[in-house]
Design a protein around this ligand. Structure first.
Ligand SMILES: C[S@@+](CC[C@H](N)C(=O)[O-])C[C@H]1O[C@@H](n2cnc3c(N)ncnc32)[C@H](O)[C@@H]1O
Length: 109
């Protein structure tokens, strides 16, 4: 059986619990090295943009950098990551949610 299709494993719970466990270490490891592709996105942002960061993790460096250029809304399935993100990026709006369950107003981002 393909391990990714094992009906006895709840993969979302596995991902969430794993990121809950490693959140602090993961976020620390991401403090530097902002993704180079971010500059391309930032160049294209309209003024006062609403920006969605799916799987925002601890908010560094991506959400933090984006928050300098607009209103950041971060979503993550790990509540520990969301708590870190809110601490690291106080101006952002962070929600603990499975992205597959999320609904947004049309054209909001
Ligand atoms: C590889 S980390 C990336 C974190 C951050 N964006 C960064 O650049 O460091 C992936 C993140 O996606 C989150 N994630 C995984 N599945 C998710 C889902 N279904 N809905 C929301 N977040 C999810 C994890 O909890 C984790 O924080």
């Amino acid at each position: 059986m393909n391990p990714a299709n094992n009906p006895n494993i709840n993969y979302k719970t596995l991902v969430r619990d794993s990121y809950n466990k490693c959140a602090q270490k993961y976020a620390s490891s991401r403090q530097e090295n902002a993704n180079p592709e971010l500059a391309l996105l930032i160049d294209r942002l309209p003024e006062n943009a609403n920006i969605l960061d799916i799987g925002c993790g601890g908010g560094v460096p991506v959400a933090k950098k984006l928050a300098e250029h607009g209103n950041v809304f971060g979503i993550d399935i790990s509540q520990t990551m969301i708590a870190l993100a809110q601490k690291n990026v106080p101006s952002g709006v962070f929600t603990c949610l499975d992205i597959m369950q999320a609904e947004f107003p049309e054209s909001f981002f």
